[in-house]
Design a protein around this ligand. Structure first.
Ligand SMILES: [Ca+2]
Ligand SMILES: [Ca+2]
Ligand SMILES: [Ca+2]
Length: 142
Protein backbone atom coordinates (compact mmCIF):
# COMPACT_ATOMS: atom_id res chain seq x y z
CA UNK A 1 0.00 0.00 0.00
CA UNK A 2 2.85 2.35 0.86
CA UNK A 3 4.24 2.11 -2.67
CA UNK A 4 1.05 3.67 -4.02
CA UNK A 5 1.87 7.10 -2.68
CA UNK A 6 4.70 8.08 -5.09
CA UNK A 7 2.58 6.83 -7.96
CA UNK A 8 -0.26 9.11 -6.95
CA UNK A 9 2.09 12.07 -6.71
CA UNK A 10 3.39 11.40 -10.21
CA UNK A 11 -0.12 10.99 -11.51
CA UNK A 12 -1.28 14.28 -10.06
CA UNK A 13 1.70 16.25 -11.39
CA UNK A 14 1.14 14.78 -14.85
CA UNK A 15 -2.45 15.85 -14.56
CA UNK A 16 -1.40 19.36 -13.54
CA UNK A 17 0.88 19.61 -16.59
CA UNK A 18 -1.89 18.46 -18.89
CA UNK A 19 -4.40 20.88 -17.45
CA UNK A 20 -1.92 23.77 -17.90
CA UNK A 21 -1.43 22.99 -21.56
CA UNK A 22 -5.02 22.53 -22.60
CA UNK A 23 -7.42 25.41 -22.92
CA UNK A 24 -10.25 25.27 -20.41
CA UNK A 25 -13.33 23.48 -21.77
CA UNK A 26 -16.02 25.77 -23.13
CA UNK A 27 -18.75 26.60 -20.67
CA UNK A 28 -21.80 24.47 -21.36
CA UNK A 29 -24.39 26.58 -23.16
CA UNK A 30 -27.24 26.20 -20.71
CA UNK A 31 -29.47 28.55 -22.64
CA UNK A 32 -29.17 26.47 -25.82
CA UNK A 33 -29.79 23.29 -23.81
CA UNK A 34 -32.98 24.72 -22.36
CA UNK A 35 -34.17 26.14 -25.71
CA UNK A 36 -35.52 22.83 -26.97
CA UNK A 37 -37.46 24.29 -29.93
CA UNK A 38 -34.40 26.37 -30.90
CA UNK A 39 -36.24 29.65 -31.46
CA UNK A 40 -33.71 31.61 -29.42
CA UNK A 41 -36.17 32.23 -26.61
CA UNK A 42 -37.14 30.28 -23.51
CA UNK A 43 -40.86 29.95 -22.98
CA UNK A 44 -42.44 28.90 -19.70
CA UNK A 45 -42.52 25.23 -20.59
CA UNK A 46 -38.88 25.19 -21.68
CA UNK A 47 -37.75 26.85 -18.46
CA UNK A 48 -39.94 24.57 -16.38
CA UNK A 49 -38.66 21.45 -18.11
CA UNK A 50 -35.05 22.59 -17.87
CA UNK A 51 -35.22 22.98 -14.10
CA UNK A 52 -37.26 19.83 -13.60
CA UNK A 53 -34.95 17.67 -15.69
CA UNK A 54 -31.93 18.90 -13.71
CA UNK A 55 -33.54 17.89 -10.43
CA UNK A 56 -34.91 14.70 -11.95
CA UNK A 57 -31.48 13.58 -13.12
CA UNK A 58 -30.05 14.22 -9.66
CA UNK A 59 -32.73 12.20 -7.93
CA UNK A 60 -32.74 9.33 -10.43
CA UNK A 61 -29.70 7.82 -8.79
CA UNK A 62 -29.73 4.57 -10.79
CA UNK A 63 -30.32 6.49 -14.07
CA UNK A 64 -33.16 4.28 -15.28
CA UNK A 65 -35.33 7.24 -16.27
CA UNK A 66 -37.85 6.87 -13.45
CA UNK A 67 -37.81 7.95 -9.83
CA UNK A 68 -39.00 5.45 -7.26
CA UNK A 69 -40.12 6.34 -3.75
CA UNK A 70 -36.76 5.15 -2.43
CA UNK A 71 -34.95 7.52 -4.79
CA UNK A 72 -37.32 10.39 -4.06
CA UNK A 73 -36.68 10.16 -0.35
CA UNK A 74 -35.28 7.16 1.52
CA UNK A 75 -37.07 8.38 4.64
CA UNK A 76 -40.46 8.68 3.06
CA UNK A 77 -43.14 9.90 5.43
CA UNK A 78 -46.82 10.62 4.78
CA UNK A 79 -46.20 14.21 3.64
CA UNK A 80 -43.41 13.16 1.26
CA UNK A 81 -45.60 10.31 0.04
CA UNK A 82 -48.30 12.82 -0.90
CA UNK A 83 -45.81 14.90 -2.89
CA UNK A 84 -44.69 11.77 -4.69
CA UNK A 85 -48.24 10.57 -5.39
CA UNK A 86 -49.23 13.99 -6.75
CA UNK A 87 -46.56 13.60 -9.42
CA UNK A 88 -47.17 9.91 -10.13
CA UNK A 89 -50.26 10.57 -12.22
CA UNK A 90 -50.61 7.04 -13.63
CA UNK A 91 -50.10 5.58 -10.12
CA UNK A 92 -47.52 3.00 -11.09
CA UNK A 93 -45.29 3.83 -8.14
CA UNK A 94 -42.73 5.60 -10.34
CA UNK A 95 -42.38 9.19 -11.43
CA UNK A 96 -41.23 9.68 -15.01
CA UNK A 97 -39.64 12.87 -16.29
CA UNK A 98 -42.85 13.68 -18.19
CA UNK A 99 -44.89 13.29 -15.00
CA UNK A 100 -42.50 15.50 -13.05
CA UNK A 101 -42.50 18.17 -15.78
CA UNK A 102 -46.28 18.18 -16.07
CA UNK A 103 -46.68 18.49 -12.32
CA UNK A 104 -44.27 21.42 -11.97
CA UNK A 105 -45.89 23.18 -14.92
CA UNK A 106 -49.37 22.76 -13.45
CA UNK A 107 -48.22 23.75 -9.96
CA UNK A 108 -46.34 26.77 -11.35
CA UNK A 109 -43.23 25.72 -9.45
CA UNK A 110 -40.97 27.86 -11.63
CA UNK A 111 -43.41 30.54 -12.70
CA UNK A 112 -41.79 33.08 -10.35
CA UNK A 113 -38.40 32.45 -11.99
CA UNK A 114 -39.92 33.03 -15.40
CA UNK A 115 -41.71 36.19 -14.25
CA UNK A 116 -38.56 37.56 -12.69
CA UNK A 117 -36.34 36.76 -15.66
CA UNK A 118 -38.79 38.01 -18.33
CA UNK A 119 -38.08 41.67 -17.75
CA UNK A 120 -39.78 42.98 -20.91
CA UNK A 121 -42.87 40.85 -20.12
CA UNK A 122 -43.29 39.35 -23.56
CA UNK A 123 -43.85 35.89 -22.09
CA UNK A 124 -40.48 34.42 -22.96
CA UNK A 125 -36.92 34.83 -21.79
CA UNK A 126 -34.27 35.94 -24.26
CA UNK A 127 -30.59 35.10 -23.91
CA UNK A 128 -29.93 38.64 -22.66
CA UNK A 129 -32.68 38.36 -20.07
CA UNK A 130 -31.37 34.98 -18.92
CA UNK A 131 -27.87 36.44 -18.57
CA UNK A 132 -29.14 39.38 -16.56
CA UNK A 133 -31.20 37.05 -14.40
CA UNK A 134 -28.24 34.86 -13.52
CA UNK A 135 -26.00 37.89 -13.02
CA UNK A 136 -28.45 39.12 -10.38
CA UNK A 137 -28.07 35.87 -8.42
CA UNK A 138 -25.41 35.05 -5.89
CA UNK A 139 -22.60 32.74 -6.84
CA UNK A 140 -20.52 32.24 -9.97
CA UNK A 141 -21.87 33.64 -13.21
CA UNK A 142 -23.46 30.92 -15.29
CA1 LIG B 1 -37.58 28.21 -27.27
CA1 LIG C 1 -34.43 5.72 -11.01
CA1 LIG D 1 -45.88 7.16 -12.94
Amino acid sequence: MLSLRPLLVVASSVFALVSCQTTPPAQPDRFADADTNKDGLLNGTEINNYFVSGIFTERDTNHDGVITKAEWNPEMDAAEGKLFDARDTNKDGKVTLAEAEAHALKAGTYSSVIKEADTNKDGSVSREEAKAYYASKEGPAR
